[in-house]
Design a protein around this ligand. Sequence first.
Ligand SMILES: Nc1ncnc2c1ncn2[C@@H]1O[C@H](COP(=O)(O)OP(=O)(O)OP(=O)(O)O)[C@@H](O)[C@H]1O
Ligand SMILES: [Mg+2]
Length: 313
Amino acid sequence: MISVRHLTKRFGSHVAVDDVSFEVTPGEVLGFLGPNGAGKTTTMRMITGFLPPSQGSVVIDGRPLLEEPIEAKRRIGYLPENPPLYPELTVRQYLHFVAEIKDVPRARRAPCVDRAITRAHLTEVAHKRVAALSKGFKQRVGLAQAIVHEPKVLILDEPTSSLDPKQRADVRDLILGLRGEHTVVLSTHILPEVQEVTDRVVIINRGRVIAVDSAQNLSQRLRGYEEIFVEIGGAPVASVREVITAIPGVTRVELEEHGADRITARIHSDLGTDLRAEVARTLASRWRLLALRNESLSLEEIFLKLTTEQESA
Ligand SMILES: Nc1ncnc2c1ncn2[C@@H]1O[C@H](COP(=O)(O)OP(=O)(O)OP(=O)(O)O)[C@@H](O)[C@H]1O
Ligand SMILES: [Mg+2]
């Protein structure tokens, strides 16, 4: 649905985006992650046709952006870092205005605006002036203007930045509601959020792509082993170690005592193995098994590892 090939942007001698390529499949939600100044906004502005690339190409739903800009842009909804809102208009008037400039046929405008209002949860403020809205509601208006012409592709530049946790959760639900129907690229700094919402992440640093994968695969790739976390009550440390070590497939055990009656353990095994059932059975038949879960690296850890690896390379 989106094909980005060798995109490069130079500002004078500074290379802001350096040979970036990736594909986004129809209905996919792709997270675009990177530290400040990594080139996220610059890449998004090139994908949406707001900034001409120094080199490279973008194809949206089979339409090359450079050769067929009108057809390609028609298929895109864009939430920029600072959406251009018209404070004097009401939410409904503003969305009608956007639908008009996006060439939505006159007869389709009212239903399109209604749909965007519903999806962005703006019904109760639709009659209010944009100027009178709180920041979170303005952000939702920004999202509504991106979807009002029902584009196949949505490019959202930090859609949850500067929102409180409740508003953030609302916007996250909205994005989850768009999945499947729209192809979405979203940038963010809030890493755990990306894990919930996205199918894959592209990580960029200093203008270059340093990883493309699902958050889970990245986590495994960087660690090189599987890890299970368990918490046990009523067990002597020495026998816990002995019993866990004897489970086939276990390569390493790290134990920690918490007071007299609680032990936590990190159990390692080779990549691709899953010892959860066996570990649960073995421990629960002897002691009180209080917790058991698969541990994966958080995106925060992945991100730090990848960006520092690159710096030391
Ligand atoms: N119009 C411009 N002229 C000159 N340099 C620019 C311009 N726009 C961006 N840059 C530079 O390009 C680099 C990438 O900026 P960009 O805004 O794409 O980063 P970003 O990943 O979106 O960062 P942030 O997380 O802070 O939004 C930065 O070094 C920035 O200073
Ligand atoms: Mg940015």
